[in-house]
Write a protein that binds this ligand. Structure first.
Ligand code: LLP
Length: 437
């Protein structure tokens, strides 16, 4: 059995009677006409399936709290769907907290992460009753204690640590190695704990947190991570007679962007994590901790796709044929940042079968704005609609207004129904902060 994070396309992708690509019983050609392109689309049934898979997979350990890593995709409508299934949120900025609150989602199940939280952000999180902070460094410990003190509050915290675990992924999205800007190195944990227990009376330390990287295809690093966290908890218990009761293992589970990717399922991850908890709590004589996980990509990515219209086509004989779309690095910077690979299909071309090797170029003024290098497409022509899969995570959230382009709209589809959940930006919004003389 394959799970959505192991599939390139949303769960109900098919070709309909008209010969067009359809997802959730929505004809994607009609959708592109109705909302124009570029268009981000989220398939609600796939999104819900991914969240329910997480819930089911971790039901083998009933002390689990699932926090969606908001940085992967932050819109009010998506947050509401995930909150309604009982998930909390990992937030990293006042902006992310604001989007949640604006959607009517409270912060009482959420964790505030980040390596340089401002005073204003700290105050905002406390005032809006965030469940806990994952404190990243000594500067923040002091700052948070002093703000909590002024507010007469004892704030629950975890310490984010750098566990020194190697996972094989792109260097830019690795976070667990020693040379990382995130977290307390292992040899500084003792000092941090001692400060919290002895000096910072407005902080209540309940657990340790770590995140080892993103788009991970192995299960062993998760076993090792739980071992590191529980070993540190044991050292703290032995020295301070104080047992931390919570661990947060971050996110990172990979997904299948192209057929070359082969990630484990969330069930494989749950099994190895719980195995490690069992083994290590027995070995170290510790209580079974409350477990937090923070999936981002593997919760939303496969539910999302982007529709583009093909415009100009340039053929350099015997070298390459460029198919240019009406979007690119401004709505999906991942290929130019991480050499990320994607799969795509022409929405309106079932009957023909003239596969051609082409390169999909973006429209932005950079040679590096290539969305997909070398892909077989079915007789691509100007005016055709191209569907690029797996754009649910880190595309809208990392989009920009490069070349003064407007950010695309986002639509949520659900069994024959479509709903606009994010309006396309307007030219007026582009200049609304301009001050002219
Ligand atoms: N928890 C923490 C503390 C994180 O820093 C991250 C991601 C996550 C959870 C969620 O990780 P995920 O399950 O999504 O792998 N922009 C890059 C990914 C950066 C990930 C940053 N941190 C990309 O487009 O591939």
């Amino acid at each position: 059995m394959t799970y959505p994070n192991q599939q390139v396309k949303p769960i109900s992708t098919k070709i309909n009677d008209k010969g067009n690509l359809s997802i959730s019983n929505i004809d994607l050609l009609d959708l592109a006409k109705k909302y124009k392109t570029p268009l981000y689309v989220i398939d609600k049934p796939t999104l819900e399936k991914m969240a329910k898979d997480y819930i089911e997979a971790f039901s083998i350990y009933n002390k689990t709290n699932i926090l969606f890593a908001s940085k992967a995709l932050m819109t009010g409508a998506v947050a509401k769907v995930l909150a309604s299934l009982g998930l909390g949120f990992d937030v990293v900025s006042k902006g992310e907290m604001f989007v949640l609150l604006n959607a009517g989602v409270g912060l009482e199940k959420s964790s505030f992460n980040g390596n340089n939280k401002s005073q204003e952000e700290i105050e905002f999180a406390i005032d809006n009753r965030i469940d806990h902070f994952s404190v990243d460094n000594f500067f923040e410990l002091k700052e948070l204690n002093s703000i909590a003190n002024k507010k007469n509050k004892v704030q629950k915290i975890h310490l984010r640590i750098t566990p020194n675990i190697e996972c094989h992924t792109h260097d830019y999205i690795k976070t667990g190695q020693i040379d990382s800007k995130f977290g307390f190195p292992l040899d500084k944990i003792d000092k941090a704990v001692s400060l919290v227990l002895n000096e910072y009376k407005n902080l209540k330390l309940t657990g340790l947190h770590a995140h080892i990287g993103s788009q991970i295809f192995e299960t062993q690093p998760y076993y090792d991570l739980v071992s590191v966290l529980l070993n540190e908890i044991k050292k703290i218990k032995d020295k301070y007679s104080y047992e931390l009761t919570e661990i947060n293992i971050g996110g990172g589970l990979g997904i299948t962007y192209t057929k070359a990717d082969n990630p484990p399922s969330v069930f494989d991850i749950a099994k190895i994590v719980v195995q490690s908890i069992d083994d290590n709590t027995k070995k170290l004589n510790l209580k079974k901790p409350i477990l937090y996980i923070e999936p981002g990509r593997s919760l939303v990515c496969s539910a999302g796709f982007t529709l583009y219209t093909i415009g100009s086509i340039k053929e350099i004989e015997n070298i390459r044929k460029y198919i240019t779309i009406d979007g690119g690095m401004a709505d999906n910077p991942r290929p130019s940042m991480y050499e990320a690979k994607y799969e795509a299909i022409i929405v309106n071309k079932k009957e023909e079968n003239k596969q051609e090797l082409v390169t999909v170029a973006g429209k932005f003024c950079e040679s590096g704005d290539i969305l997909i290098k070398d892909i077989e497409l079915n007789n691509p022509q100007s005016g055709d609609i191209l569907c690029v899969f797996d754009t649910g995570a880190y595309c809208y959230s990392m989009s920009s207004n490069y070349n003064s382009s407007l950010k695309p709209a986002m639509v949520m589809i659900d069994e024959g129904k479509d709903k606009l959940i994010l309006k396309r930006q307007t030219l007026n919004q582009l200049v609304q902060n301009d001050i002219i003389d």
